[in-house]
Design a protein around this ligand. Structure first.
Ligand SMILES: [Zn+2]
Length: 322
């Protein structure tokens, strides 16, 4: 009931970007009453060409199915998609290698539907420090990308970045910064998770932290609702539910053993970080009813729950997107 009445926002899908991806995977979000999802069209493992080819294929696939999907660039389009019972989609980039070294590419990606960008993907790059790399800050090139994102209205996303870079982003950005898919490190100590200083800084500048549903970031490859709720409750206690959302990072409908892909690139997914866990669990949108029950049992109001389900990220999008 509360789910159908609320705007449900998944701030990041964990699909491996590929021009040959069957967009049928999107049905997992529709079937589970999600209203908006951000899909990654590239990450630093890919080149600019591969990213553009993926983006072109996804645009074509989504625009060819306008009875089901809306390529949304504004909050008005997201709300209208919900009204008409369709899934709103926009794109994100995980790292700046997709720019090919050219800050003007930010505008190209924006024009093609990218509405959220991360600066690094685990490893450091020309713009920023990654969470599995040396803790370097935002570079001058990174600051120029940030200014361009602020100007165009792209959500600044500090997931996968290192500590210093995330703090630099939150200090320099003119708009709220999110962690679209990062869990609290105090609940599970993992380099991909974020510490209390980052979480508090995020809330203080109006941002939102999205719960990640991958078992290795939740702990012991456990994707039970109880474990997800432990992460959510920790965030609620630290910064309040108005700064918490969902970014499940899920890869639906695939029989692929994620660890096989991750083991193939030990540079981006280093040893000692549980990426070699066989059959990494993906908690996704089907968990939402259990999360709602848990939040109700915890005493959250309907308004607070609606915030976590989507209105908190929507508040950021309203402030950022133009
Ligand atoms: Zn990611």
């Amino acid at each position: 009931m509360i789910q159908s009445a609320s705007l449900v926002w998944d701030a990041h899908a964990g699909i491996f970007p590929s021009p040959t991806l069957d967009l049928k995977v999107l049905e997992d979000w529709s079937a589970n009453h999600v209203d908006y999802v951000s899909i990654n069209v590239g990450f630093d493992v890919m080149t600019r060409d591969e990213t553009l080819a993926t983006l072109a294929a996804y645009r074509h696939g989504i625009l060819a199915q306008q009875d089901r999907y809306v390529l949304a660039g504004t909050m008005a389009e997201v709300r209208a998609a919900k009204e008409s019972g369709r899934l709103a989609v926009s794109f994100d980039l995980e790292g700046i290698n997709a720019l090919g070294g050219d800050v003007n590419m930010v505008g190209v990606y924006h024009a093609l539907g990218v509405r959220q960008m991360l600066f690094a993907y685990n490893l450091s790059n020309a713009a920023a420090g990654g969470c599995h790399d040396e803790d370097t800050g935002l570079t001058a090139y990174g600051s120029s990308i940030l200014a361009e994102m602020n100007r165009l209205g792209i959500i600044v996303d500090a997931s996968h970045a290192g500590f210093r870079t995330s703090m630099d982003l939150m200090e320099q950005s003119q708009t709220p910064v999110v962690f679209s898919h990062s869990n609290p490190g105090a609940v599970l100590n993992h380099q991909r998770n974020i510490n209390d200083v980052q979480i508090k800084a995020c809330a203080q500048q109006g941002g939102v932290i999205g719960l990640n549903g991958l078992g290795i970031f939740l702990g012991n490859n456990d994707i039970s609702p109880e474990t997800m709720l432990r992460h959510l409750f920790y965030l609620f206690d630290l910064v309040g539910p108005a700064h918490v959302g969902l970014g499940f990072d899920s890869t639906p409908g695939t029989e692929i053993d994620l660890s096989v892909i991750l083991r193939a690139r030990p540079d981006f997914w280093p040893q000692g970080q549980q990426y070699d866990t066989p059959h990494i669990g993906h908690g996704g949108p089907s968990c939402i009813p259990d999360l709602i029950k848990g939040m109700q049992a915890r005493g959250l109001t309907d308004g607070e729950i609606a915030g976590v389900l989507g209105e908190n990220f929507a508040r950021v999008a309203s402030a950022v997107w133009k």
